[in-house]
Design a protein around this ligand. Structure first.
Ligand SMILES: C[C@@H](O)[C@H](NC(=O)OP(=O)(O)OC[C@H]1O[C@@H](n2cnc3c(N)ncnc32)[C@H](O)[C@@H]1O)C(=O)O
Ligand SMILES: Nc1ncnc2c1ncn2[C@@H]1O[C@H](COP(=O)(O)OP(=O)(O)OP(=O)(O)O)[C@@H](O)[C@H]1O
Ligand SMILES: [Fe+2]
Length: 562
């Protein structure tokens, strides 16, 4: 077995993909897998499964993989052999390692990929590398962009999530609460009677359509598609033009993804965004993200289409990085994992991650750019304005800004009536999306994280939940900490109720606690202890603690959230 990473100067890694619909093999050849260079070389051979009717049938997909994977693999190996023949090298093997998609994906398809990969590794006596397909969707963008530490949005068929990297792991900052984004579009097009895949058809028809209002659901940095999908189907059934529904779907769903990306950039103080996944082939999605990044002074990168949809090129690129880091897997331990989550991967090929300056995107001392709004400090007053977001359709933009401003003013005052410290509201103008608040606290919670302050937050959330509403976005930046007027005792204030709403549903209440926990995990390494403190305080205060905490465990147990 080859000892060092690569024979001669250049390393050649074979990649194999086949998680669902794309039987694909690739060769990635490079002198240095850690950075993108002009003389690296990628060859991809793919054979797509196209269902005769309906969506992807797992058994048919596996039959396709059984035939197509060996063929694309042979083509890629021949290509590697030609590359060797054209060079002056004389390696023992045309490839130095075999990287394969280990998951997530359809079990029967993954098993075929795993079997093929093991066979090739044994045939050439080279190491095997087990790659997480979702991380590959994002690492390929990081590779080509040269970004050091981007926030990563994955918009693929079966998934939708926003990831950030910290301390050796990709962390899930936010994700879909139900289906993947491509699957949502595909289900809609199936309802309309169009063939799979539906995403490209939605894009084509949207170009002919007028914007139509549809439900928009963002909770913290999580989002949901079930409401909008039912509404879209119903709209078509009730006679709305399908082009208009497609346009409404694109404008609404992609605005949701863009908003959570902006929130993630803001929360992590990031200034780079990469996009991956099959839905990223959509021009409107890329344009919205590019515009949002441009406006906040962040850099945006999406790879070319052949690296966005499922392909083995991305598996080979990440496989090469892992191989160079010595991150290989023994054949007997190389079983596939259909639920392999991106946050389970021990990242061997990156350092600790950038240590970010712990400050917000400050325009100047007296103005601050939040995730959603611009906040101006004027003496003891704070003027918060939701400025138009030009990436959004103007009708959707106005609706969101007016609704959230009204709701924020209302819930901020209502929380105070229930004994939760919040800033006093001095003035509201929904049509200008402007609220003037009393200035409260000295720091955001993220700079004042102690057991005492986190305990307060647990109590405050219990109080507002008992009063019948949720905060909607209780992150460490939406809590202020500082001495109270009068006795000067430290108080914690909840601010930014713009995503709050009235609900008695335990799931919604539990989501507040979940958003808090996720935000703690994104802010500090001691998140576990602090989360427990918040939960205990919640339990002591709440009238319905049992049901809510049970629901929280249920949410966490769904596996996506760890
Ligand atoms: C686990 C793995 O098997 C899965 N792969 C996957 O979903 O294939 P991917 O190639 O990343 O994405 C396919 C999806 O991408 C959508 N799609 C393709 N072109 C599109 C377009 N122009 N606009 C919107 N959606 C598009 C398709 O409708 C389909 O739902 C995943 O990454 O989640
Ligand atoms: N009343 C206030 N008193 C003191 N500081 C405030 C007040 N309101 C807002 N801030 C500061 O401004 C920042 C941004 O405000 P806010 O969270 O309301 O805006 P946003 O754009 O909705 O931000 P995000 O969506 O990132 O939470 C807060 O994190 C806080 O530091
Ligand atoms: Fe994919």
């Amino acid at each position: 077995m080859s000892e060092s990473a690569g024979s001669g100067d250049r390393m050649r890694v074979l990649g194999i993909e086949g998680t669902a619909w794309a039987a694909s093999a690739a060769v990635f050849e490079t002198a240095d897998p850690s950075t993108h260079t002009d003389d690296e070389h990628v060859f991809i051979e793919s054979d797509a499964y196209q269902p005769a009717s309906g969506g992807i049938h797992p058994r048919e997909a596996a039959e396709h993989m059984g035939e197509a994977v060996p063929q694309v693999v042979e083509t890629a190996i021949e290509h590697a052999e030609e590359r060797v023949a054209e060079s002056s090298e004389d390696p023992a093997s045309p490839i130095d390692a075999v990287a394969f998609s280990r998951g997530p994906g359809l079990g029967p398809c993954l098993r075929i990929v795993g079997t093929a990969a093991r066979a090739v590794a044994q045939r050439f006596d080279v190491p095997l590398v087990g790659v997480n397909h979702m991380v590959a969707h994002l690492e390929v963008g990081r590779h080509f962009s040269g970004f050091d530490d981007p926030v990563c949005l994955n918009a693929s068929g079966a998934n939708a999530h926003i990831l950030g990297y910290r301390n050796g792991r990709y962390r899930v900052l936010g994700e879909t609460m139900d289906t993947g984004v491509g699957n949502a579009l595909d289900k809609f097009t199936r309802h309309v009677g169009w063939s799979h895949p539906g995403g490209p058809k939605v894009e084509r028809h949207a170009k002919e359509g007028e914007y139509l209002d549809l439900p928009y659901v963002v909770k913290g940095m999580d989002f949901s598609f079930s409401g909008i999908m039912s509404a879209a189907k119903q709209a078509v059934d009730e006679g709305e033009a399908v082009e208009d529904v497609c346009r409404g779907l694109e404008e609404t769903i992609f605005a949701m993804l863009t908003e959570v990306s902006e929130r993630a950039l803001s929360l992590t103080d990031g200034d780079e965004l990469v996009l991956g996944g099959g839905v990223a082939q959509n021009d409107r999605l890329r344009a919205m993200l590019a515009e949002m990044c441009d406006q906040r002074g962040a850099d945006f990168y999406a790879p070319p289409a052949k690296f966005l949809r499922d392909n083995a090129g991305m598996i080979a690129v990440l496989g090469a990085k892992m191989f160079a880091a010595g991150d290989t897997v023994a054949i007997e331990e190389s079983r596939v994992d259909s639920d392999y989550r991106p946050d389970q991967v021990d990242v061997s090929w990156r350092g600790r991650g950038a240590k970010r300056p712990d400050e917000s995107a400050t325009v100047d001392d007296r103005e601050l750019q939040g995730a959603e709004a611009t906040v101006r400090f004027e003496g003891d007053r704070v003027v918060k304005e939701r400025k138009p977001r030009s990436y959004r359709h103007p009708a959707l933009d106005e609706r969101l800004r007016v609704e959230r401003t009204r709701q924020e003013a209302r819930l901020t005052s209502e929380a105070r009536r229930h004994g939760v410290p919040t800033p006093v509201i001095r003035d509201v103008d929904p049509w200008e999306s402007r609220i003037v608040f009393q200035h409260v606290g000295e720091n955001d919670l993220r700079e004042a994280l102690t057991e005492a302050t986190v305990r307060d937050v647990g109590r405050h959330l219990a109080r507002i939940h008992d009063a019948g509403f949720v905060h909607g976005d209780p992150t460490t930046r939406n809590v202020r900490v500082g001495p109270a007027e009068g006795d000067g005792a430290i108080q914690t204030f909840l601010i930014d109720f713009g995503l709050g709403y009235y609900t008695q549903d335990e799931e919604d209440h539990a989501m507040d606690l979940h958003v808090l926990a996720q935000s703690l995990a994104g802010t500090t390494d001691d998140a576990g202890v602090l989360r427990d403190v918040a939960e205990d305080a919640y339990r002591e205060t709440s009238e319905r603690d049992g049901a809510v905490i049970d629901q929280l465990r249920e949410i966490e147990g769904r596996g996506r959230y760890q």
